[in-house]
Design a protein around this ligand. Sequence first.
Ligand SMILES: [Fe+2]
Length: 390
Amino acid sequence: MSILGRLAGMFEARKWTGDMYLFEAMYTIGYVAPLENTGRWAERLPASFGVKRLDAEALDGGAVAGCDAVLLPYKSEVSPQALVRRIRLDAGDVPILVTDVPCDSHLSASLFRAGVNDICCDSDDPEQFSDRLLHHIEKYRLRERQKQMEADLSLEVGNKTRHLENALTLLNRAYEDTLESLVVALDAREHATGAHSKRVALYTMFLSILAGVLPEKWQSIYRGSLLHDFGKIAIPDAILLKPGKLTTEEFEVIKTHTVHGMQILGQVEFLKDSAAIPRWHHEKFNGKGYPDGLAGEAIPLESRIFAIIDVYDALRTKRPYKEPLPHAECVKIIVADRGEHFDPALVDLFVGVPENAWDQLWESAGEARGYAAILDVSLDAAYRYRSERG
Ligand SMILES: [Fe+2]
């Protein structure tokens, strides 16, 4: 009688379901029948091992589901190597043992290479069989537990990461909302309307993208543009809001808003990288600006871009002391300062953008809130501009 025939016989008193015996077994051993001359292995198995008959023709990963180990006969119509390949395709590393293997080192090596976990030769001690089987099952269960723990851990880490990302997104939005509300209030203090800073932030983003500024700088450029005049919070109303011409001393005080802006932003961790525009947006390409008198490319690129945008928006908008100028007039004034106040290459880039592109950005500035929205509008506008220019 075959080994698994005997195994089945051990459980004759149990209920046979047609496929397997139902009993209080701790382990389920799948076996492929027929097995020949292997009853001696089964006789030594403790009652805690249950068996499940498997059909060699239909053997695959699904068929061995629920098995803690699989026994394959060495002698059968289908080679054990072929059966192992079919099981391994989708049943992971369930232990597979081949019984009654002739004592031949080449045969053994071939089976191990095929993915067999252990073999039982004719000359092996049957008393050690259940111990070896149990050893493989325990290692398999341990590996499965580890895999499950790793999967659970990975899932938990993924969930926590998503929660953290959501929290950071909300926090970031709160930062952006706070900044925007603050600059609107500051704009309203000086100008009749409170949209100047937001508009120049959008214009600067757009022109920076056209100028080829790297994406990693975009957010700091947006924040720096938005907060370019933040230092004016330190300027007394009597000077900042004074109607008429400022004295030389008063203008010196006004100039300090650049340094104040940088100092204030420098004390806020998430705004430190955004300080270049507040500090150097009044520098001139010819070196005659303030506060540091930087010239040419010594002025950071984003500050040179912003300088054009800041003047353009001031010219195009109505202020208490002036009427708005048409786009063409603004462009003329900026071109007249090409190479003096403004970087000539950036002026050329600016002049190439048609009036309707700036008008569309103007419209969008009123609706877009936060960096992500401003970035979307800027990228769309840059894409349209490049498409139209071919
Ligand atoms: Fe300024």
